[in-house]
Design a protein around this ligand. Sequence first.
Ligand code: GLV
Ligand code: GLV
Length: 321
Amino acid sequence: MAPKVLVTRILPPQTQAHLLEQDFDLFQWQQDCCIPRDVLLEKIKGVDALFCLLTEKIDNELLDAAGPQLRVIATMSVGYDHIDVNAVKSRNIALGYTPDVLTDATADLTVLLALGASRRIKESIRAAENGQWGKWAPTWLCGSQFTNKTLGIVGLGRIGEAVGERLKAFNVGRIIYSGRTEKPSAQAKLNAEFVSFGTLLQESDVIVVCCALTKDTENLFNYEAFSKMKKSVVFINSARGGIVHQDDLVRALDENLIGAVGLDVTTPEPLPPTHKLYTFPNCVILPHVGSATYETRENMAGMTLQNILAGLDNRSLPYSI
Ligand code: GLV
Ligand code: GLV
């Protein structure tokens, strides 16, 4: 009998075609929005494999709804804070994700946000579009540049290292990083220094958040952390919204404690258009598009399908958590 497979979105074209060639009893959510929770809970009943995105919460309720034949879950994401990993593993369900392939795309976007925030891209675009170009003057729309500045990377994993490599090319003067552990090889490549979180907050001109969301990093950036930063700091988060205490970020912006902000992630996602964060001219917000290149999304989908196929064959997953 063909295995029952649930796929929660339409996939990039090559992988979508590959998916449709499989001998699956397939249910695929076809609409241009996330699968509603009640539909997911209904459709997961009796499936052998689940292909999901980071928009689906994978918890005991869902696993109970699925039933005992579920043997593989593969998420088309590198982050897996939407998954209760222990709950999945304790049921002997194989679990896959998509490491490495999105490192370049996400690092590129992080640099774009850092440059955009520090060079006041949001105000500049608005000024051009709103007929204010005539205000041009020597200090009009001036921001700050990275030359000789201190870059602070929170979490020197694959993405953090790739961001460091890119920003080196902008002639930053010094790279410091904090995190759970020292990363000797990335540190040597970047000529970076491992420092305490407090030191990183105080000494960085540009702070990029590249760590995973865990119990330890949840709300790591709270009011106290923002208070320690330089008033001119450029603060970038392309990792997960939950690492930032968002109300404290709003307060820090209100009180001019920080210079400029770039976010690709927020709490919640989507961030409602009426949210106060959008009102700050020095806060650039993107709708979680770090990995959004055709190349990367096709690779991520392809890896997720490979994980599903391996799991259904009872082979170990090529990209397993
Ligand atoms: C993107 O945020 C991912 O985790 O893939
Ligand atoms: C994620 O891929 C990381 O390790 O930074």
